[in-house]
Design a protein around this ligand. Sequence first.
Ligand SMILES: Nc1ncnc2c1ncn2[C@@H]1O[C@H](COP(=O)(O)OP(=O)(O)OP(=O)(O)O)[C@@H](O)[C@H]1O
Ligand SMILES: [Mg+2]
Length: 301
Amino acid sequence: MSSNVETTELFELELPLPDAAIQARSERLVGFDARYERLRRDLRLLADPEELSRWSKKHHHKELSLCAAIGDRYPLVIFSGDVGTGKTVTAEAASDRIARETNQDAMIFKLSTRVRGSGKVGEMSTLLNHAFQVVAKQAGKSRRAFLIIDEADSLAAARDAAQSHHEDKVAVNTIIQRIDDLRRHGGRVLVFLRTNRGGALDPAVVRRAARIEQFDRPDEREREELFRLDLDGLVLRDEVFRDLVRLTGPQEARLGFTYSDIRTKLLPHALCFAFPSRPLTGDDLIQAARDVRSSPEVRDI
Ligand SMILES: Nc1ncnc2c1ncn2[C@@H]1O[C@H](COP(=O)(O)OP(=O)(O)OP(=O)(O)O)[C@@H](O)[C@H]1O
Ligand SMILES: [Mg+2]
């Protein structure tokens, strides 16, 4: 494979873990600790087969065949769900947490959508192969590597879909082969595949997932938690929170707000009423909740 492909063409993020900024972000994620707690055992089983072997010897006085069976799983986790519900940030935060808990240096890579290439025959699978090679090599060096594949629906779409082109089919085959190969690394490479439309993913990719985690728009309790977290330090009456939670819930003509609708649209909109001349008030927030629209749903197929 040509070594003249720059890794900056392949990855939009390439970062050593643990990382303080990712950790700080994870502390501002509603529900992250509970979700990580649910994912944790599974992720640790995938990421650390030696830990499983130690458990087996300690509690069963030998290496159970179960350990080998578990080792046959594919190091692939699928995060599926609506836009702006935290799939990407959770994949980053979970990788950071595993690196901390296992006390091992690691690298996190986020595959760039540029691997789709410019449409030349074979280009996409060449770039994908190269990206997986870089990640596997890194795991050899720094013990552990995480690969986040965002927009997976555009790379791993079902091969029998009517609109699937030859190049796309080759790309899906490449991803499947590379994920199969990653099993050789004994859990040192873990792939997070993020999709808005789980139903559009190729069944052969889906069946390889050791775990499929669903992400949804926040419910009332989660929206309240997000508002209380982000508006900490302001003196606001409880009724303001109640109104914000109600106004950002599902309405007749639209869905409820996503986490990112609240964080990246509603709150900045409210702030713009006040900044830079006066303090932010509850009325600003309520007005913003009335003005801003929630993201439309990405339809699954
Ligand atoms: N659980 C959460 N708590 C607080 N904020 C959140 C949460 N989930 C997402 N956000 C906010 O929404 C933003 C978008 O999150 P993220 O990019 O992970 O969404 P996504 O599910 O990957 O969306 P997409 O499918 O559009 O890529 C984050 O930067 C963060 O500010
Ligand atoms: Mg995302």
